[in-house]
Ligand binder design. Structure first.
Ligand SMILES: Nc1ncnc2c1ncn2[C@@H]1O[C@H](COP(=O)(O)OP(=O)(O)O)[C@@H](O)[C@H]1O
Ligand SMILES: [Mg+2]
Length: 147
């Protein structure tokens, strides 16, 4: 799959398209350089899913938890989807032990949507069915999201 985000003006549309393709998957690993647009796209996905929380990259912790409004849960295909959304940023991880200590399994295998930045650093413990998504900035400044 490929989604092109031409500019920030159309990112919500792109997020909606992404959500339409989530299907049964729950864990998404977002690969891409610093500045590629991972946090911005995660934020757009969460907002499209109806989260009214402030969405920023987890700065002081590894994971942020966002609420999701009831009426938007239906846009995900499974009836038992019950929010919240977990947003991870593993950029500052130095040892995998830190990830074990924060209890990653309870998030990854919870059935909640998990959106992960810097999965490179925790690849050994990504669930087998995690979806690997790449975001790349193109020469014209647009972003290509592919998986
Ligand atoms: N689709 C996009 N179109 C244009 N600018 C974008 C897009 N996505 C992100 N940006 C800009 O790029 C910069 C870095 O985005 P960010 O989401 O923080 O990247 P990352 O999390 O991958 O490091 C921000 O200034 C943001 O506004
Ligand atoms: Mg980021």
């Amino acid at each position: 799959m490929e989604i092109r985000i031409n500019s920030l003006d159309t990112i919500r549309e792109a997020a909606r398209e992404f959500i339409n393709h989530i299907g049964e998957a729950r864990v998404f690993a977002f690969y891409g350089k610093m500045g590629a647009g991972k946090t911005t796209f995660v934020k757009a996905i969460c907002e499209e899913l109806g989260s009214e929380d402030v969405i920023t990259s987890p700065t002081f912790s590894i994971v942020n938890e966002y609420g999701i409004s009831n009426h938007k849960k239906s846009s995900l295909n499974r009836e038992d989807f019950g929010g919240p959304i977990y947003h991870f940023d593993f950029y500052r991880i130095k040892k995998l032990e830190e990830v074990y200590d924060m209890g990653y399994e309870e998030y990854f295998y919870s059935g909640a949507l998990c959106l992960i930045e810097w999965p490179e650093l925790i690849e050994d413990i990504l669930p087998d069915d995690a979806v690997c998504v790449t975001i790349e900035e193109q020469a014209d400044g647009s972003r290509l999201v592919s998986w």
